[in-house]
Design a binder for this molecule. Structure first.
Ligand code: KG4
Ligand code: ZN
Length: 348
């Protein structure tokens, strides 16, 4: 039995968890900074770093307490070191390194996006984990990637956004309409009482380009333009004729259609029929219900609480590296980006 402490501070969640043998979540503490960033309608990097510095020790302590362990009960430490906000990453990375050094236990630096892809493996209620290769649908606030996964740490990008990430589109639309921050969960909830057919927003024209790619800037612009039309027409939010729920439902319908179109193109291109989703947008109810209807595909989602950023996915994937006899030197540093995750525009 191996108990790994996982630490995640790449963005605005200060999170730590203890996971046994890469599957059983013993504790999963997620302290969100959202209230501190909400006034700015986005994550303020300096505030994020400072809050992580203030909170990290208490969050790790809580994760140990909830797992019923003290620091001696931990066999290894894993922490996110890429990609993310550099100043935020450094807090969890360095705390994790110091913990491992003090306890003379192995340390593993983890890629945040690979960890999102691993998150569904932590669902012990699910039956057999999917066989490789499978298609990965990695959709978060900073990335939108459709990939082929050949192992837990080997993915090749099949399609990616050529402009905004999926979660970013939800956040930006929400910001413009004043729905709240972050936008994903707010729009998802609002959309439930709206009419998805109320507005017709355009799908991106990817003809002649990679059909597995995604694009959100056109949709975002069209939805925001709709607001301008309401403004010049003298309407205000919350009164007729602008019904926020209709905007949310119509936007969400198109946003998810864009994702599904890219994903189904990847299914066609590769013939792979198993899909594993991860990242904050994987919590989207329309995405989940739409994919559930495709009986010909096996679609695996993490439980809702493991879609967004958390320490359990970090501890989980950390275990896989250790099982392979790998760990990181304590000189390992952080990186804001990961090469190869953002498809270059000129690439086909
Ligand atoms: O994975 P995550 O927690 O952080 C990053 O690594 O970026 O993803 C956060 C993103 C945000 O853009 C948020 O608006 C979006 O995930 N999100 C959602 C939903 N819940 C969170 N997007 C659509 N529908 C949701 N239910
Ligand atoms: Zn994330």
């Amino acid at each position: 039995m191996m108990k790994i402490l996982g630490i995640e501070t790449s963005c605005d969640e200060c999170a730590a968890a203890v996971v046994e043998d890469g599957r059983r979540v013993l504790s999963n503490v997620i302290n969100t900074q959202i209230p501190f960033h909400a006034a700015y309608n986005g994550v303020v990097p300096e505030i994020a770093s400072r809050k992580h510095i203030e909170w990290i020790q208490a969050v790790v302590q809580e994760a140990l307490d909830k797992a019923g362990l003290d620091s001696d009960g931990i066999d290894a430490v894993a922490a996110t070191n890429r990609p993310g906000l550099l100043g935020a990453l450094l807090v969890g990375l360095n705390f994790g390194k110091a913990f491992a050094w003090a306890k003379k236990i192995p340390f593993i630096a983890v890629d945040h996006m690979l960890a999102h892809l691993y998150a569904s493996r932590l669902d012990i209620s699910s039956d057999v984990p999917p066989d490789y290769p499978f298609l990965g649908l990695l959709v978060s606030g900073g990335h939108s990637i459709i990939c082929r996964a050949d192992s837990f740490d080997s993915i090749s990008v099949i399609g990616a956004t050529i402009d905004d990430a999926a979660g970013e589109a939800f956040d930006k639309v929400s910001k413009h309409y004043g729905f709240g921050y972050p936008g994903g969960a707010v729009i998802d909830t609002l959309a439930k009482s709206g009419n998805p057919g109320a507005f017709h927003f355009p799908l991106p024209n990817l003809s002649g380009k990679n059909p597995c790619d995604l694009s959100y800037s056109g949709l975002k612009t069209a939805v925001i333009h709709q607001l301008e039309q309401f403004r010049t027409g003298g309407a205000s939010i919350g009164t007729d004729p602008l019904n926020p729920a209709d905007i949310a439902a119509s936007f969400q319908k198109t946003a998810i259609e864009i994702l599904l179109r890219g994903l189904y193109s990847a299914v066609e291109k590769t013939g792979i029929k198993t899909i594993v989703a991860g990242g904050g947008v994987a919590a989207n109810s329309l995405l989940r219900s739409s994919l559930a209807q495709r009986r010909d595909l096996r679609c695996i989602f993490p439980p809702l609480e493991l879609c967004g950023d958390n320490g359990a996915m970090i501890a989980g994937i950390g275990y896989r590296y250790l099982r392979r006899g790998e760990s990181s030197p304590l000189t390992v540093t952080a990186s804001a980006r990961v090469e190869g995750f953002k498809r270059k525009l000129h690439e086909e």
